[in-house]
Write a protein that binds this ligand. Structure first.
Ligand code: CU
Length: 252
């Protein structure tokens, strides 16, 4: 029976660690009629004009089921340490758009900025807390690593193609989720596919140690919701948002 002891001890640890973790789940839905997505105004480079002939803005994408894409729901958790990804996440430029449009990483992560396009782009970061780079990417396949140390929602533009915008949201802990982000196989969900879907803006944050937090949601166009104090206990709690809960920066 000697060999049984370590196994018993291990299962005890597993059970206790699971027993003290909670889940937050909910939806982020648009109130009323969502505005139509404006067409992309491409002005230069035949490659961009051709690939974005039917391209529409990704700034606010609402599904048939009223779900809002690219809302980051995150916890403010004092003392929580973020986990570093095993591989550098990639922010690509594909057919003269940032891909993905919104990328979420934990603070301290190095993001590989790159391009898949045959035309030159430049990655222009509007960061205020992190390094604000402005790098020319002359052609496909070149990789420019950028380490992001501080919590911030960073806007990226391209000075060559004025319609190009993308965001990297840097969070300081692992407790976040993004609506309409990736499918079950881990592939990015495209904006057009999301718009045609019946998704209701569902999200889920799992494995949250029990305790007190504040929960908040961010969207590039709608703004940020008020930080809401919550207590995570063993089990699942539901916190849902609508577009009416968001306020733009500086607005009252
Ligand atoms: Cu560009």
């Amino acid at each position: 029976m000697k060999t049984a002891t370590p196994l018993t001890a291990l299962s005890f640890i597993l059970i206790t660690s699971l027993a003290y973790a909670g889940t937050i789940t909910g939806t982020v839905m648009y109130d009323g009629e969502a505005p139509a997505r404006p067409a992309m105004q491409t002005t230069k480079d035949q490659h961009c004009i051709d690939s974005l002939k039917n391209g529409k803005s990704e700034a606010l994408v609402v599904s048939k089921g009223k779900g809002i894409k690219n809302v980051v729901v995150y916890l403010r958790a004092r003392g929580a340490k973020p986990t570093m990804p095993a591989k550098n996440p990639v922010m690509d430029q594909v057919n003269c758009m940032y891909s993905p449009h919104v990328l979420v990483v934990t603070a301290g992560t190095t993001v590989d900025l790159t391009s898949s396009d045959p035309v030159a782009h430049n990655v222009h970061s509007h960061a205020t807390k992190n390094e604000a780079v402005n790098w020319q990417i002359p052609g496909p396949g070149k990789v420019f690593p950028l380490t992001l140390a501080k919590r911030e929602a960073i806007k990226f533009t391209c000075d060559i193609h004025t319609w190009m915008t993308g965001y990297i949201f840097v969070t300081d802990n692992d407790y976040y989720a993004v609506t309409g982000y990736k499918d079950k196989d881990g592939k990015w969900i495209g904006s057009d596919a999301y718009e045609g879907s019946s998704d209701t803006g569902t999200y889920m944050i799992k494995d949250i140690p029990t305790g007190k937090y504040r929960v908040q949601a961010w969207h590039e166009e709608l703004g940020t919701t008020k930080a809401q104090a919550i207590e995570v206990a063993d089990g699942e709690i539901e916190i849902s948002f609508t577009s009416a809960d968001f306020r733009k920066k500086g607005a009252k």
